[in-house]
Design a protein around this ligand. Structure first.
Ligand code: GTP
Length: 240
């Protein structure tokens, strides 16, 4: 595998307003957008190229909409994902219940998907510890049970954001290397796409007329500008 390029499909899941888009923004563009909250519609896609040792890893990140209205759509986006970052807001206990819902789904439907639990907005706890609504040790016990990794992050300060995505990439590379060593089949990247190609058509049985808030001008090193979700433009699947 030395020097080989590796592609990993990563999906962001979690209740609305937990900070999924902000996490991706911080990781890909190293910024925190302030201003009125804009909920994600459908999903947004961004790619980021990084290194793990001598390997080049491209993370293809699907940022899904947290609103339950889009739950069925989110299922489409996690299909074939090798890693899921399941987010909850450290100051909102109901968001952790929602995270458990996604974990249950992934464990029954996407066995090959490694789960990362991510408690968001840790900066709010720095300001006032009493705002914590999800106990760290409870989540750690839960994470151990489901064999997930646990991170607490802040997109505002950047705390642990790079570490989270780096771990996703490193874990995937280790698993892939192990599979090569043992002769197991190397997972086929599901989303390796030419620029400007409709990602949904890479999936089996793509839904027709699916609205996709994906910018077709993505570049591999910069990804797309998720900040533009404030003023998104939408594409039907391959312009149907
Ligand atoms: N203080 C603080 N606020 C955050 C952080 N991350 C996100 N927020 C705020 O939380 C709100 C929701 O953030 P988003 O990133 O849009 O949440 P989302 O999970 O993508 O929401 P949906 O698109 O509806 O699923 C915004 O007002 C953000 O500014 C954080 O780390 N710290």
């Amino acid at each position: 595998m030395s020097g080989q390029r590796v592609d990993v499909k990563v999906v962001m899941l979690g209740k609305e307003y937990v900070g999924k888009t902000s996490l991706v923004e911080r990781y890909v563009h190293d910024r925190f957008l302030v201003g009125p909250y804009q909920n994600t519609i459908g999903a947004a896609f961004v790619a980021k190229v990084m290194s793990v040792g001598d390997r080049t890893v491209t993370l293809g990140i699907w940022d899904t909409a947290g609103s339950e209205r889009y739950e069925a759509m989110s299922r489409i986006y996690y299909r074939g994902a090798k890693a899921a970052i399941v987010c909850y807001d450290l100051t909102d206990s109901s968001s952790f219940e929602r995270a458990k819902f996604w974990v249950k789904e992934l464990r029954s439907l996407e066995e090959g998907c490694q789960i990362y639990l991510c408690g968001t907005k840790s900066d709010l706890l720095e300001e006032d510890r009493r705002r914590r609504r999800v106990d760290f040790h409870d989540v750690q016990d839960y994470a151990d049970n489901i064999k997930a990794q646990l991170f607490e992050t802040s997109s505002k300060t950047g705390q642990s954001v790079d570490e989270l995505f780096q771990k996703v990439a490193e874990d995937y590379v280790s698993v892939a290397a192990f599979q090569v060593m043992t002769g197991a089949c190397f997972p086929k990247p599901l989303w390796r796409l030419p620029l400007g190609h409709c990602p949904l058509h890479e999936l089996p049985d793509p839904p027709s007329r699916m609205v996709l808030s994906c910018h077709l001008s993505l570049t591999e090193d910069k990804g797309v500008d998720l900040g533009q979700k404030a003023n998104p433009y939408f594409y039907s699947c391959c312009h149907h």
